[in-house]
Ligand binder design. Structure first.
Ligand SMILES: *[C@@H]1O[C@H](CO)[C@@H](O)[C@H](O)[C@H]1NC(C)=O
Ligand SMILES: *[C@@H]1O[C@H](CO)[C@@H](O)[C@H](O)[C@H]1NC(C)=O
Ligand SMILES: *[C@@H]1O[C@H](CO)[C@@H](O)[C@H](O)[C@H]1NC(C)=O
Ligand SMILES: *[C@@H]1O[C@H](CO)[C@@H](O)[C@H](O)[C@H]1NC(C)=O
Ligand SMILES: *[C@@H]1O[C@H](CO)[C@@H](O)[C@H](O)[C@H]1NC(C)=O
Ligand SMILES: *[C@@H]1O[C@H](CO)[C@@H](O)[C@H](O)[C@H]1NC(C)=O
Ligand SMILES: *[C@@H]1O[C@H](CO)[C@@H](O)[C@H](O)[C@H]1NC(C)=O
Ligand SMILES: *[C@@H]1O[C@H](CO)[C@@H](O)[C@H](O)[C@H]1NC(C)=O
Length: 912
């Protein structure tokens, strides 16, 4: 016995807990004082006994509702003379004070609902002539005399729920500006002829609310004084069919346009109910929630001008071709839940040709209806129909749609067809082919399970939107799926397609060059190709969240990352949440200059490459929450964050160190953007230990300032060390060359000439001649003669030192030569012996001895680059006089010799 009760108790507690949940916040920080904002003071729910005196003098609106005021004394309101709106509803006020409007001359609306005002006299409101709205609902009003007579400007008067026994608020004409009068929930049962005569000067009265009034009788002419009425609300009144019929007759003399007869237990609509309205101007009739199960044939035939008929929430069993007879102006027929099947009743029936009288109908809503079937004539005659909504309904015919299913709509210029939640499992070729003008087709929440060959959409020449989301991932796409709908702008396939069974190459989307919005979310797609979205140049919105695209963007993917966004440069919104992404390839978001919303929540992103987001210059909304981001560096985030209006980056394991987070914390501190959801409590440090689980806003940015000079020092010292190392290596491996350049530089700048300088020692030879074997002939012929005259050369083969190895003798001879003369030809440069040893040693010698003593004789034009590569020499390193060119003319031989001698420092004279 005890168990169920305690279980119940647990439930009650749990429910209370959850219901209280959202309010716990407000409860914990319970308001203790009035809040003032933009001249509006909110002092509600403060248990006040008196009106606060410490508010700004210039407030224009004061809310004192839900307090414990028993009176409003004019004196306590006198500081607030600018008040325009005063709300003292839900207090215990028993009396209106005539001084109120005197101290508040600007007052326009006064709300005293839910108080205990009883007697209301003329004087009480006598100074309230500027009042526009007066709400006295739910008091205990007893009117004495003419309390409203002074309200010349009053437009809205609510005296509902006051147990008034008569609608007659006065006997003399008054309230000339009244627009709306609410008399609901009062207890008068009769409308007498003169009840509304006090309103016979209210030329603007449009709305009268008499809901839940137990009317039993109406005297003829009772609406005559208010014949300008447009809208009458009679909801919830317990009236018999005769009284309703009488009401309609009385209304026919008015300019009534809208009549609301909801919740009136009108179980059967009689043919005669609206007879009296045949001359009325009624355009809108609401008969919803009446438990209506029968509509007699011809019931509406009196309502020629009716444009909107609402029959929602009824239990109609049968619609015949005579039900809607005479509704020749009807534009909207709203029948949501009008035909339902209950356990005890059979399935409702819509006869063939039922809608034929409705030739002007544009919008037919049959949501949540249960009907036996759709035949070839169910919708025949709806020649103006633009929208048909049969969503969330069960029609057995809709399981397997074929070209016959909608044949009765062939004559309708239908624009939108809503087939959501109608248990469709299969669409046959040409099913919609009669709907030539259709632009929107809604097929979400069905069980469509087939290969979309494209023939299903045959004939939909004007279609712009197809929605097929939530089809349990059963639809298979092939390359022809959308060939018949090239004008498509919106294609919604979220949670709809079977990606593994679909063939995406060639891409099914290729024909859709006008596509604007493509939703492929929640489809478990793992394989998109680089060309899947190719050619979709108009695509603005692409939704790919909740798929399996991580592999495509991995660096290690076979064939490299798949840059599938290459073909859609005009994207504005891109959603890639929940895809397991742990990498974003460097070029995957290139060129998306228009992208304004990027969503990457719930992935595994950690370190992002510099500049991956650099093209996202228009980004406004950026969602990155629930990733593994530790660092927020400017190299990555500066560009995408420069124009944001919303950033969501919470729930990442931030590393709160200077390198990782300093820039971000400073950015957060300086941004004037306010849309940073969760900034206070969801941006939390994960490392280092000192900051673990603390908000990143607590990160001490000043601690990073001290580091800056040290950083400079570090950079400086490490640079110095690096340079030293480089120098050491250079000296070790190229020291001789450096020394060489150095010497030459010194000699050249100081202008020493060997010829004039005593070298301090005597040389055996004037020059050591290095040449290639192939050039021996030339050397003998051209240089040999000089030897006889003036100088002595050292020839490698001739002057080898006896008893020494070739190398030793070369070394010896070079030491004993004042100059070293290279005879440069291609052969020399290619001669490995020359290059490797002779030349190298020669240069070494030169450097050792610190002599500017190389002479180059060019027999051929050799490129400087080749020279430097082979001999480590450049023309520019030598004085120009040490470079002698041989031109090959006999007559120039003397000049050549002269130049050579100058080069060897043997003479400065010009020989004739
Ligand atoms: C009311 O006065 C305060 C200064 O007392 C001023 O700051 C505020 O802007 C004024 N408000 C209005 C609506 O005039
Ligand atoms: C309004 O009704 C009063 C009687 O209550 C009548 O004397 C007066 O002539 C009527 N005025 C108009 C404009 O109908
Ligand atoms: C009629 O008045 C009642 C009581 O004030 C209110 O609840 C209801 O919403 C009103 N009906 C319309 C259609 O305004
Ligand atoms: C409607 O108007 C016609 C002619 O204008 C009149 O004969 C008929 O009696 C009127 N019907 C009602 C119910 O007032
Ligand atoms: C669906 O309708 C087509 C053509 O009307 C028919 O060939 C097919 O057998 C039907 N399929 C099912 C499962 O009823
Ligand atoms: C489709 O619309 C055009 C005008 O937009 C109209 O001329 C044509 O008759 C309509 N087709 C059908 C089947 O109603
Ligand atoms: C935040 O910015 C203000 C001024 O813009 C500055 O005074 C303050 O030191 C900054 N705080 C941090 C933690 O950077
Ligand atoms: C934010 O501040 C910048 C200048 O610092 C300004 O140009 C921009 O308009 C401001 N944005 C908002 C929304 O206040």
């Amino acid at each position: 016995m005890c168990t169920p009760r305690s279980l119940l108790l647990t439930w009650v507690i749990a429910i209370c807990y959850f219901m209280a949940g959202p309010y716990r916040c407000t409860a914990s920080q319970k308001k203790t004082a009035c809040s003032v904002h933009d001249g509006r003071a909110d002092c509600s729910h403060l248990s006040l006994n008196v009106i606060p005196q410490n508010l700004p003098r210039n407030i224009t609106s004061l809310d004192l509702s839900h307090n414990r005021l028993v009176a409003i004394s004019p004196g306590s309101l006198s500081p607030y003379q600018d008040l325009i709106h005063l709300d003292v509803g839900y207090n215990s006020i028993t009396k209106m004070d005539q001084g109120l409007c005197q101290v508040l001359p600007q007052l326009r609306t006064l709300n005293i609902e839910h108080n205990e005002v009883h007697l209301l006299k003329k004087e009480d409101l006598s100074h309230c002539s500027s009042l526009v709205g007066l709400n006295m609902a739910s008091n205990r009003l007893k009117l004495k005399g003419e309390p409203f007579s002074a309200l010349q400007n009053l437009e809205f008067l609510d005296v509902s729920a006051n147990k008034l026994q008569s609608a007659k608020l006065s006997s003399n004409p008054q309230l000339p500006s009244l627009v709306s009068l609410n008399l609901a929930f009062n207890i008068f049962s009769t409308l007498r002829e003169d009840d509304f005569s006090f309103l016979n000067i209210s030329a603007f009265l449009r709305t009268l609310n008499i809901s839940s009034v137990p009317l039993k009788s109406l005297e003829p002419g009772c609406f005559k004084p208010i014949s300008g009425l447009h809208s009458l609300i009679v909801d919830g009144s317990d009236m018999s069919a005769e009284v309703i019929s009488k009401l309609c007759t009385e209304l026919s003399g008015t300019s009534i346009q809208a009549l609301s007869l909801r919740k009136m237990k009108l179980v059967t609509l009689l043919e005669t109910t609206f007879t009296g309205m045949q001359n009325a101007t009624l355009t809108s009739l609401d008969l919803s929630s009446n438990g209506m199960n029968k509509i007699e044939d011809g019931s509406f035939r009196w309502l020629h001008r009716l444009e909107t008929l609402i029959l929602a929430d009824n239990e109609i069993k049968h619609l015949t071709k005579k039900t809607f007879e005479g509704l020749i102006s009807l534009k909207v027929l709203q029948m949501t839940k009008a035909l339902v099947k209950s356990h005890s009743s059979s399935t409702p029936i819509i006869d063939d040709f039922t809608f034929q009288p409705l030739s002007t109908l544009e919008n037919l809503i049959l949501q949540h209806t249960a009907v036996r079937e759709i035949t070839a004539h169910t919708f025949t005659g709806l020649t103006s129909l633009k929208e048909l909504d049969i969503s969330w309904s069960s029609y057995t015919t809709l399981r397997n749609i074929s070209e016959k299913t909608f044949i009765s709509l062939a004559g309708s210029p239908l624009r939108q067809l809503n087939l959501r939640g109608t248990a469709i499992t299969h669409i046959n070729p040409g099913s919609f082919s009669v709907l030539r003008n259709l632009t929107v087709l809604l097929l979400d929440f069905n069980f469509i399970n087939q290969v979309l060959t494209g023939r299903e959409f045959e004939g939909l020449d004007h279609i712009e939107e197809i929605h097929m989301s939530n089809n349990y991932q059963k639809i298979q796409l092939v390359s022809t799926s959308f060939v018949n709908v090239p004008n498509l702008r919106v294609l919604i396939l979220g949670k709809g397609i079977n990606a593994s069974a679909s063939k995406l190459d060639p891409s099914p989307f290729r024909p859709l060059t006008n596509l604007n919005n493509l939703d492929l979310s929640n489809n478990n797609i793992a394989n998109i190709r680089e060309n899947t979205f190719e050619g979709l140049v108009n695509l603005k919105v692409l939704k790919l969240q909740h798929n399996n695209l991580a592999r495509l963007w991995k660096w290690a993917n076979v064939g490299g990352p798949v840059l599938f966004l290459k073909g859609v440069p005009n994207l504005i919104t891109l959603q890639l949440d929940s895809n397991g992404l742990d990498e974003i390839p460097e070029n995957s978001l290139r060129g998306l200059h228009n992208l304004s919303e990027l969503s990457l929540q719930n992935n595994l992103l950690n370190s992002l490459k510099d500049s991956v987001f650099d093209d996202l210059t228009s980004l406004q909304v950026f969602r990155l929450q629930k990733n593994l981001i530790t660092t927020v560096r400017p190299e990555v985030f500066k560009t995408p964050m420069s124009n944001l209006s919303l950033l969501a980056m919470d729930k990442n394991p931030f590393d709160c160190t200077c390198e990782s987070i300093l820039w971000f914390v400073s950015w957060l501190n300086n941004t004037n953007m306010t849309a940073l959801p969760g900034l206070r409590d969801q941006y939390v440090c994960n490392t280092p230990h000192a900051y673990y689980n603390r908000s990143i806003l607590n990160f001490d940015t000043l601690s990073c300032k001290d580091i800056t000079p040290f950083q400079g020092l570090f950079v400086l010292s490490s640079t110095a060390v690096m340079m030293l190392i480089v120098m050491a290596l250079l000296v070790r491996f190229h020291g001789w060359r450096i020394q060489f350049y150095w010497n030459i530089m010194i000699n050249r700048t100081l202008g020493f000439s060997d010829a004039n300088v005593e070298e301090g020692r005597n040389f055996e030879y004037d020059a050591y001649v290095i040449h290639a074997k192939e050039d021996s002939m030339w050397v003998e012929r051209m240089i040999g003669p000089l030897e006889k005259e003036t100088c002595r050369f050292c020839w490698e083969d001739r002057d080898a030192v006896p008893g020494k190895s070739i190398m030793e003798s070369i070394v010896e001879n070079m030491k004993n030569s004042r100059k070293i003369l290279f005879v440069i030809t291609d052969s020399l440069l290619n001669d490995p012996w020359c290059r490797r040893f002779t030349a190298y040693h020669a240069l070494h010698e030169v450097i050792e001895a610190s002599r500017d003593s190389v002479v180059l004789v060019f027999l051929q034009d050799v490129h400087d680059y080749k020279l430097s590569r082979s001999l480590f020499l450049r023309r520019g390193m030598l004085r120009s006089k040490c470079i002698v060119d041989w031109h090959g003319y006999k007559e120039r031989v003397p000049a050549f010799h002269q130049k050579l001698l100058i080069a060897l420092g043997m003479t400065n004279r010009l020989m004739e």
